[in-house]
Design a protein around this ligand. Sequence first.
Ligand code: DMJ
Length: 624
Amino acid sequence: MPVATLLPFTATPSRKSSSPTSFRLTEKFILLLVFSAFITLCFGAIFFLPDSSKLLSGVFFHSSAVETNTRKGTDSDSNIVVGTDEKILAKIRKDHEKALVEAKDTLQKRPDEIKQDIQNEKDKVLKEGLGKGGKDDDNLPVIEYVRPPGATGHEPSDPETKERREKIKEMMKFAWDSYKRYAWGSNELRPVSKQGHSSNLFGSIKGATIVDALDTLYVMEMYEDFEMATEWVEKNLDFNVNAEVSVFEVNIRFVGGLLSAYYLSGKEVFRKKAIQLGEKLLPAFKTPTGIPWALLNLKSGIGRNWPWASGGSSILAEYGTLHLEFMHLSKLSGNPAFAEKVMNIRKVLNRLDKPQGLYPNYLNPNSGQWGQHHVSVGGLGDSFYEYLLKAWLMSDKTDEEGKKLYYDALQAIETSLMRKSSGGLTYIAEWKGGLLEHKMGHLTCFAGGMIALGADGAPEDKTGHQMEQAAEIARTCHESYARTTLKLGPEGFRFDGGVEAIATRQNEKYFILRPEVIETYMYMWRFTHDPKYREWGWEAVQALEKHCRVEGGYSGVRDVYASSPNHDDVQQSFYLAETLKYLFLLFSDDDHLPFEHWVFNTEAHPLPVIKKEMTDTDKPNQLE
Ligand code: DMJ
């Protein structure tokens, strides 16, 4: 068979071999074979001969060290050259081997492990940026995220406690799933009519329940739901709304919720959103005194006060409940403005005379003078006192001014407002223009927990005394539940007209899933380990299940003294943020969100204590 027929692609059958320099096809083929054999031999020599690496180094890896030494070569130097040469080659070999092993490892990894590796690399870069005082794309300082201790917990060893804790988680799951199913994206859920609900406290900001529930989902290890909520925040949480919001409510629920979610999970989206929202709230402080407005239009930045508040006053519990969140906003943004605004509030208050050492609920932001002399540790006043104590604790006990203001205020409360009923129940009354109103609100019941939390630092050996006060308030608040038909606490209860711890007015008989009594049980349990607090908490769980759980979630009731519940059809966002979280912690071990490392904002969003050492070293976080 002619070779030509064997080489259909290289031969040109019509072309004649007339020229002396031209070859016949067979010759061409043989030449080609010889040539390729030669090339193969050369490459074989380079790659496979024992000392080929040296040759390679000369051909492909001309390092300057090799060049320099070669040029200057003497006999003795030539040993060095060989030595250096081998070192370099050894390093190259090692690097290649390492790369091969890494590649093999990577191929064996699951996608989520690869993702985690990428995240770790990113974190490393961020960490390096921190040292250089770097900024990220949003012009925020690059922060090294370190999860504070106790962000997650473990199951209690005692079987009954474990079972009860599981039950609370089931309740959270039901509340959350119902919200997801009927009201996803709305602020709150209407569990009876199975639809979304929004109060005007949030303007047209959406998703209050999602943001309020984030940290509870995390604390209860409901991570899939946490991811779903995170995704919603990333894609939908929008503060560019032309609407008026309550500065206080938006701060405690949204800013607080986002900050906690950031500190628990380390996800940057929460830090960014919290700071964005904080910046949107800053115009509220544009008043002659710097005491912020209660209401603010987030687009125009125009503020005003509640029309019902004494002579256009701002409210103590509103302007006095920004401190914790704003200190963290400064820490996380590197912008001292947030901290300055809240420190200025203190300055204004420090200049004013306090009637009997008490703080009236109303303060005019224009004149800087008190409005009506109405004092309360419940509605309109409550969390102002809470934030004085917690400012001190959150500063790792460096904010001495906060400490003094708190203990002085508590002394005034004890002297002027705390009373004991003839039946032996301690309560905190309200003060109106010098006269006591012997009524205590459900809201006031948080004070048991607050006093217990502060007792340890109390001056003049008052720790024991304050623990007793706290325990007495817890008992009174428990009585306010125990003395109702539904075993749920009324909004307000009185100690006059022959009654004790009972609501006498129709408009004080409702229960809206509030947390304060359970909050106090949780603090008392942590400090005393007296089992009665867990029992009282369990009684509340049973009442919630029996009277508030409906087909579409949990609902408040209109009258706790009625023989059967009349539902108000609202599942408040604080039920998921506070009530269920405090219940869960009541049945958890103390090392889950330990008080040494975490402080709860007034909406039960845990914020880490800003440790002294950290402030010194953590440069970009430092406040100026
Ligand atoms: C919550 O929004 C906060 O606890 C606030 O400080 C007062 N009231 C509600 C819950 O009752």
